[in-house]
Design a protein around this ligand. Sequence first.
Ligand code: GLT
Ligand code: MN
Ligand code: MN
Length: 416
Amino acid sequence: MMLPMKPVPTDQQRALIERLMNACGGGYSPGTRRKYYITGPQWAAAYQGQALFHAPTRQPIGFEDVIREYDKIGIGHWCTHDTDVIPTESLGKDEQANIVERIKNALKEHGLECSMVTTDTFFHAVWAASPAAEAPEVRKYAAWRLGNTVKIGHELGAKFAVYWPGSLGYYTQGAVEETETLRWYADGLNAACEADIELAKKYNRPTLKHCLEAKPFEPQAEILLPTSDAMLAFIGSGLLKHPEMVGLNPEYLHELMWGGAPRAALARALLAGKLFHFDINDGYRLKHDVDIAIGLVNPLDWLNVLVLLRSHKYNGPFNLDYKPPRTTSNHGVFAVSFPTAVDRFITLWEMAGEVISDPIIREATDALKAGGGPADPLDVEAITAANRELLTLHELIAHRMVQILVGQHRGRTHSV
Ligand code: GLT
Ligand code: MN
Ligand code: MN
């Protein structure tokens, strides 16, 4: 009979975590991790576990510590909201310049690059009626905030600006006229693009890639741009002055949340030439934004997503936009959450390469595309019969992908 384990004294708990992490194996070196365009958000590492209904479980942590820990792990890029690092009341003031200088130094010291900047247009009370509110002063302030973030982006060497519209929507219908609000939202993006064109000249840099991020259910009851497809339509609506500067930052979970297939959403963005940036995480359909780390819920779906992106040579950032669970400690965030998330991404990326070159999948796919060659191309029965056996390959391909996912393609079999 197994004896129950003795309580683990607090001063031995970190050592236990380290020992079990080592026992897990399968980790990559920081050097290997840095070869991937993986970006680490300030807000993900600094998240204290204070989801709705929850008190924080972790201590606050500043950007200097986050950048240092990302360096140790081998996460080569960092990104931030304006107010993750600069207090709202200091934006645009001398303190902003001082903080930007400190960020530059920390990035330089640790050999990280700032990949992306984003404006927080959801937390402060000023955004209660959205950044595209009726009051012109709110919209003017929003336009200023977006331009100020673009400026910070240029100063830090970023290539991307992300826009999650946050509270663009409503709780009760009728007060908001949707077409008017969307026009106002477009005005904000136009102001950001125009500011960018000027700033890019001043700093002698290319303009940023401006990426819209959709989320279907939060933080309003109804969202005006709830999906990546809605955003594609918005980019093509004629409201944007520089639609060529604007693309998408889809988030895996945000597409899954509304019941979509993330891989199909990404495919539509690829076809439109708008897949600029990608937030990687995991979670469940038709639930709130749980932001679980990549591959912990849907590894097979993730493998499929990466097959699509690898085969289309997507070369933008993979942004670790997830929230370490509130059961994880401050130590655990950097000892377990981030290294394991990065390593699952790399493993799945490598597996996607195996799927693409797998001789069985390749032959099966080629055979499906060759078809059965019916004698009479207008005879519906003959066409159906010619493909009847071949179509079994759909299921065989799915089986093969699971084999690759669990390592059975390398001869691993399971016995009781
Ligand atoms: C917020 C949202 C994320 C976005 C961030 C960028 S803010 O945490 O839930 O999905 O990517 O603004
Ligand atoms: Mn996101
Ligand atoms: Mn999310």
